[in-house]
Design a protein around this ligand. Structure first.
Ligand code: AMP
Length: 214
């Protein structure tokens, strides 16, 4: 099963990637997570990526493509993978197409989680993440039992640096101008699947399973 997720920031890609990964026993690969891990570890890559991320801009293709394709070459990706947040530009999509063609591997689907723009800002600014285990919450929609504390591991919850209202607006604009054209890229290849991202996470997941079965 080789799938990629398309969708605006906070459309639910991370949540659904985790569920799909668990259901199909394949790794969820998030380039955003790879960058955040590098930032936490103070690597040169992390330092370079951080300046772009903090401004709500895309990290340049030259830095992203090698990292993503290298990760896809991992042994655990042999049976499949779910990509969350890659590709985000036509150049990245072309690089992925070439990588898969070289391996003789086809994509099973590009899943668009189509979410109305009016929903995205409140989802982004309310988003909280566990600093220890990475579990996701939302102050209104998915609150933890105890404010600021992770239900899963007891770790502290924090807001991502790029989840302020101002940066959120910028990231949505960047999605519309640079990533949304990929919808056509995958539609033209007959690989596009669409689900309604305004529904609850459970409903969206059910719709995804149905779309993949078709
Ligand atoms: P995400 O966690 O997917 O929302 O990504 C957070 C940030 O990481 C984005 O706003 C970009 O700055 C950067 N990023 C993640 N994936 C990519 C990518 N495929 N191309 C360029 N920048 C990326």
């Amino acid at each position: 099963m080789r799938i990629l997720l398309l969708g605006a920031p906070a459309s639910g890609k991370g949540t659904q990637a985790a569920r799909i990964a668990e259901r199909f026993g394949i790794p969820a690969i998030s380039t955003g997570d790879i960058f955040r891990t590098n930032i936490r570890n103070g690597t040169a890559l992390g330092m370079k990526a951080k300046s772009f991320m903090d401004r709500g801009e895309l990290v340049p293709d030259g830095l992203v493509i090698d990292i993503a394709l290298d990760r896809l070459g991992g042994e655990d990706c042999a049976k499949g993978f779910i990509l969350d947040g890659f590709p985000r530009t036509p150049e990245q999509a072309n690089a992925l197409d070439e990588h898969l063609a070289e391996k003789g591997a086809a994509l099973d689907g590009a899943l668009l989680i189509d979410t109305p723009e009016s929903e995205l800002i409140s989802r982004i600014t309310g988003r909280r993440t566990c600093e220890k285990c990475g579990a996701g919450y939302h102050v209104a929609n998915i609150p933890p039992a105890r404010e600021g504390i992770c239900d899963v591991c007891g770790g502290g919850l924090s807001q991502r640096d790029d989840d302020s209202a101002e940066t959120a607006m910028k990231r949505i604009g960047v999605y519309n101008s640079q990533t949304a054209p990929l919808i056509e890229h995958y539609r033209a290849r007959g690989a596009l699947l669409r689900v309604d991202g305004a529904k609850s996470p459970d409903r969206v997941f059910a719709d995804i399973l149905e779309a993949l079965a078709r």
